[in-house]
Design a protein around this ligand. Structure first.
Ligand code: AR6
Length: 182
């Protein structure tokens, strides 16, 4: 599913965040120490190689909602943008911190002239954020920000499995219906 608003195309696909060869920046669902870990962080550090951890070490720790940008090392992209999402039920207010994480990722992208960026569903794995609530926040943030973006033209959400993709498609459809009704 794809939707274009204010010259920004929002794409929802099923896939692996480390296989997005055609985008300039990929987003990492990071830990505070910016180290390798499970899920997305493990996949990104694994594919990028040890140079990534060397580069991130002096940038850590980061706070929930913060985003930092590095090179992508052995990944096929130019940049990795590391976002620390909130741990659901612990880092409060979780909704604001999740939105801020997405906003800060877009800001780092714009500061670096990035035209295309791929996001995983931040906080929805180890950090326990319910997928439907997280999808609504993530996609609403993208739609709200589309008119303000100068360099970013493509925003892709890469969902690991089909049911997560479906949840995102339903959330985007509901947001677009609400925009049409307004
Ligand atoms: N590509 C796309 N999506 C993925 C991939 C992948 N390769 N692998 C997992 N997902 P998570 P979080 C999905 O746990 O909740 C780490 O251990 C996954 O199904 O990676 O922000 C870090 O070290 C889920 O929907 O991120 C942190 O400590 C989503 O990506 C902590 O987990 C996010 O899952 C961060 O937790």
């Amino acid at each position: 599913m794809a939707h274009t608003k204010a010259g920004v195309t929002l794409e929802l696909v099923q896939g692996n965040i480390v296989k997005q060869n055609d985008v300039e920046a990929v987003v990492n669902a990071a830990n505070a120490q910016l180290r390798t870990g499970g899920g997305v962080a493990g996949a990104i550090h694994g594919a990028a190689g040890p140079g990534l951890a060397k580069e991130t070490k002096p940038l850590a720790p980061i706070q929930p909602g913060e985003a930092v940008i590095t090179g992508a090392h052995d990944l096929p992209n130019a940049h990795v943008i590391h976002v620390l999402g909130p741990v659901y039920g612990r880092d409060e207010p979780s909704d604001e911190l999740l939105r801020t994480g997405y906003e800060n990722a877009l800001q780092r992208a714009e500061e670096n002239g990035v035209t295309s960026i791929a996001f995983p569903a931040i906080s929805t794995g180890a950090f326990g954020y319910p997928m439907d609530e997280a999808a609504h926040i993530a996609l609403k943030t993208m739609l709200d920000w589309a008119p303000r973006l100068d360099t970013v033209e493509l925003i892709r959400f890469v969902l690991f499995d089909g049911s997560d993709l479906k949840v995102h498609e339903q959330a985007l459809s509901a947001l677009l219906d609400a925009e049409d009704a307004a």
